[in-house]
Design a protein around this ligand. Structure first.
Ligand SMILES: Cc1cc2nc3c(=O)[nH]c(=O)nc-3n(C[C@H](O)[C@H](O)[C@H](O)COP(=O)(O)O)c2cc1C
Length: 394
């Protein structure tokens, strides 16, 4: 492991390493929220309102983090959320993330705008790879992607519903990040300060949205495929779409981006197996609540009937434990593992997962909680919970 990676002791260290490797235009794409980035800040701040109340006198010599999800037992409660364009930050990044997840025995969700192939994911990590679908304007493309995921043998399909339109990501607008991805003079000069990334980019060119290539007319270049993807999405996803894809997908179906208990109830009624309570890491609606604020009410509405999972804003093991205490069956991280893979490839992503595992273990020892099942709201203290319950009634 490179010395710098070895020296990283927390997710913030990995973020700094990723920032060092990337030109501003690429780093800002990972880091950014939208508009005033209030939601981004809220996601992390909201965790700090909760206190974890220690309980001693329990034998916590051995902490068991294993978690069973949709009938499969994973080694820990933190998986890798789908993050598009990973190959822009580290070539081959998507499959490196998959490899790290497999090694850690946790799930990895391949993004609907990944730069790796569904079929390669299924070969590399058949037990750990899930596929996230961004529904295309041409629904036939999405149906075919679902068929491919099914034929490849993947167990779980995740449909993201929180991108009805492109959000106003002002960092990207100012940096000129868009279609086509062309580095202007200012960005080129800045990129020279990140020679490792620049050399890779100049040698290999822009990464390809590989899963979309076969649908794009003249899809021989990464730019042409990216233009095609930009024309096909985003598009609003309706409940009728969910019904259609529920019929088409025999495996586990998860809806990502649920933020209201009534939507959770609706998903449940359609036979959806699980939901991810998420605001897309603060990248879609700047005034949306932090998902951790709505998690308890959503869990109260559907938690005993379907699998409620969580992402957004988790940077510490204590954040993950807080979400688990509030009813999440499993949590996912987006940026933390992207920082890791950017900083050090598969070893970097592995490091991010190991940091969470270590921090979670220490927190659970203080809570007198020897296993994940023993976590619950009885270990938390928080303010304003009554306000939240009142405001978010289904
Ligand atoms: C660079 C980046 C790309 C993302 N791409 C996708 C995507 O393709 N599909 C999706 O459903 N969510 C995507 N997300 C959202 C993540 O899946 C996840 O909801 C979010 O990152 C969680 O917040 P966190 O970064 O604070 O952990 C992306 C997030 C980031 C930071």
């Amino acid at each position: 492991m490179p010395a710098q990676l070895d020296a990283a002791i927390n997710i913030e260290d990995l973020r700094k390493l990723a920032k060092r490797r990337l030109p501003k235009i690429a780093y800002d794409f990972i880091e950014g929220g939208l508009e005033d980035e209030d939601g981004l800040a809220r996601n992390e701040d909201a965790f700090r309102r909760y206190r974890l109340v220690p309980r001693y006198g329990v034998d916590v010599t051995t902490i068991d983090q294993t978690t069973t999800l949709f009938g499969r037992t994973y080694s820990g409660p933190v998986g890798i959320a789908p993050t598009g364009l990973a190959g822009l930050f580290r070539r081959g990044g998507d499959l490196m993330l998959a490899e790290a997840a497999k090694a850690a025995n946790v799930p990895f969700i391949m993004s609907g705008t990944s730069t790796g192939l569904i079929e390669d994911l299924a070969r590399l990590a058949p037990e750990h790879g899930w596929y996230q679908l961004y529904i295309a304007k041409d629904r036939k493309i999405s149906e075919d992607m679902v068929r491919r995921a099914r034929d490849a043998g993947l167990s779980t399909l995740v449909i993201t519903v929180d991108v009805p339109t492109n959000s106003k990501r002002e960092r990207n607008l100012r940096n000129g990040f868009g279609r086509p991805l062309k580095l202007g003079v200012r960005m080129k000069l800045e990129a020279c300060r990140h020679p490792g990334w620049l050399a890779e980019y100049l040698r290999l060119g822009p990464p390809m949205f590989s899963n979309w290539q076969r649908y794009a007319p003249n899809g021989t270049t990464a730019d042409a495929v990216a233009d095609f993807v930009t024309a096909q999405m985003p598009t609003p996803v309706t409940w009728q779409d969910i019904e259609t894809f529920r019929r088409a997908w025999p495996g586990t179906l998860v809806i990502k981006g649920i933020m209201h208990p009534a939507d959770a109830t609706r998903a449940l009624a359609m036979g959806v197996d699980g939901i991810m309570v998420s605001n897309h890491g603060g990248r879609q609606l700047d005034r949306a609540p932090a998902p951790i604020e709505v998690l308890p009410t959503i869990h109260a509405a559907v938690g005993d009937k379907m699998t409620v999972m969580y992402d957004s804003g988790i940077r510490r093991g204590s954040d993950a434990v807080t979400a688990l205490c509030l009813g999440a069956k499993y949590v996912f991280v987006g940026r933390p593992t992207l920082y890791g893979v950017t900083a050090g490839g598969c070893a970097g992503a592995t490091k991010a997962l190991a940091i969470f595992k270590d921090e979670i273990e220490r927190v659970m020892m203080h809570l007198g909680a020897p296993n994940i099942k023993s976590l619950g709201p009885h270990l938390l203290m928080w303010k304003d919970e009554e306000d939240l319950r009142r405001n978010m009634r289904p």
